[in-house]
Design a protein around this ligand. Structure first.
Ligand SMILES: Cc1cc2nc3c(=O)[nH]c(=O)nc-3n(C[C@H](O)[C@H](O)[C@H](O)COP(=O)(O)OP(=O)(O)OC[C@H]3O[C@@H](n4cnc5c(N)ncnc54)[C@H](O)[C@@H]3O)c2cc1C
Length: 428
């Protein structure tokens, strides 16, 4: 058994953006924090790798933006939205919305974990949580060291589940409201391709695949990936119905990825080369009944996830950490307030994310219908401000209420003046 060098105040399980950010904030505030992750960093993660404007603003508020900019992400000013039926539109992040970043999850997550370590957090990599026992008092947490028979146990005052989509903490604590529905699966991979000529991500909506592509590194400096200087690295994600594509997901993921890239960029797909095989993921939807109860608190995907379509997951990971930190600090400083602080966090999470989840579900259903998809994107192509408003909402910088203001439906773009107007040719 690995000896615990003094039990932590808080054990954070998972070193993704949610766990590292919360651990760092608590560690900097003087609490004894241990973070365990079954992976060794840097580790990759299936992701479209776009940090939306809300996520960028959260990093800035938390003093973490410089750390992330040091990983050399790519600035993105909006999205080009296409449909298999033909209509397309461009939504720019308008003034006051800010910008998004194309990031490499390996580097991004590692940088945030290192910041947590520098804030005094004890980080244990290769530590796999297997379960927890919740009696009336302090939780007992058990796991195994990856690649060995050694088991470990800890008795923290609080356990934070930041262990992602299939959170063992959420499941063991009884937070899951039902098993995930197997309605979507994804492939994501890095491609080397031409440098971008406009600061936009690209999304093909609906049809057999939903497919997203964004630049995540301007040049390709990583010799370990066999890349050529002067080319850029792009992140490509494909989301499909696993029932329809089960065989190809298993037997030919690379062919499926290529086909989806051709659907997204019929004229340019051959200019991209994969830097490795695609990474599969899914199912996604993992609802929870609560995000904090007793001595267990959930952040990021562990606190509920629906779908990668609108690219809001990292924002929610960072924002849930930002909401949790001051409440946990107060609850641990004054234990008689802990239960109230946990309830307050639970309410804040619902208030912060429920409207966005509703919009996600509406978009998801609309995109299933070719008629609605075509109609919706045709309107957005004629009403530039509508497209800007929509990407501002899914960018977590505008309230969904913005859609109901007259200015959202003018034909004038809200995007910052002086930005290149949308063109159909977008690569060098
Ligand atoms: C295909 C796809 C595309 C996406 N695209 C985007 C996008 O473009 N933009 C966006 O904002 N979001 C996107 N998301 C969502 C985003 O990836 C997640 O919302 C985000 O990673 C959540 O962060 P997290 O810290 O909660 O969890 P994670 O990043 O998943 O981190 C969880 C950590 O917990 C560790 N862990 C898990 N189980 C255990 C255990 N039992 N013991 C110890 N450690 C454990 C894991 O190793 C991992 O490091 C996408 C998701 C998918 C699947």
């Amino acid at each position: 058994m690995t000896p615990a060098t003094g039990e932590p105040d808080v054990l954070v399980v998972g070193g993704g953006p949610a766990g590292s950010t919360l651990a760092g904030l608590l560690g900097a505030g003087g609490l004894r924090v241990t973070l365990v992750d079954r992976a060794r960093f840097p580790r990759e993660k299936a992701c479209g790798e776009c940090l939306n404007p809300g996520g960028v603003a959260t990093l800035e508020r938390l003093g973490l933006l410089e750390t992330v900019l040091a990983t050399r992400p790519v600035e993105l000013r909006g999205w080009r939205l296409g449909t298999p039926e033909g209509p397309s539109a461009v939504g720019h992040f308008g003034s006051g919305v800010g910008h998004a970043l194309g990031i490499r999850r390996g580097a991004f997550d590692h940088a945030l974990l290192d910041r947590a370590r520098a804030s005094g957090v004890r980080v244990l990599e290769g530590f796999h949580l297997q379960g927890l026992e919740l009696g009336r008092g302090i939780p007992l947490v058990r796991g195994r060291e990856v690649g060995s028979d050694r088991v470990w146990e800890m008795q923290p005052r609080i356990v934070v589940g930041a262990d992602g989509l299939r959170s063992v903490v959420a499941r063991s604590a009884g937070a899951r409201s039902r098993p995930a529905r197997r309605i979507k699966a994804s492939l994501s991979w890095h491609l080397e391709g031409p440098p971008p000529t406009e600061p936009l991500g690209h999304l093909l909506l609906g049809g057999p695949f939903t497919s997203g592509l964004a630049p995540v590194a301007r040049s390709a400096p990583h010799a370990d990936e066999g890349s050529v200087p002067g080319r850029s690295i792009w992140s490509h994600t494909v989301v499909v119905d696993p029932r329809r594509y089960a065989d190809r997901l298993r037997a030919d993921p690379e062919g499926l990825g290529r086909e989806a890239l051709h659907a997204l960029l019929p004229d340019d797909a051959d200019r991209f080369d994969p830097l490795g095989p695609p990474r599969a993921s899914g199912p996604f939807d993992s609802p929870v009944r609560w995000a904090a109860r007793g001595r267990v608190l959930l952040v990021g995907d562990a606190a509920g996830y629906y779908d990668p379509l609108t690219g809001q997951g990292i924002y929610r990971a960072l924002r849930s950490a930002e909401l949790a930190a001051p409440l946990l600090r107060r609850g641990l400083d004054a234990p008689d307030t802990l239960a109230a602080m946990m309830q307050q966090y639970d309410r804040s999470i619902r208030r912060a994310f429920t409207p966005g989840r509703r919009i996600q579900k509406i978009l998801d259903r609309g995109l299933d219908s070719p008629l609605l998809r075509r109609f919706g994107v045709t309107i957005l192509s004629r009403r530039a401000a509508g497209a800007d408003t929509l990407v501002g909402i899914t960018g977590d910088r505008l309230s969904p209420r913005a859609l109901f203001t007259p200015s959202a439906w003018s034909d004038k773009a809200l995007g910052t003046p002086g930005e290149p107007s949308p063109s159909t040719h977008w690569m060098g």
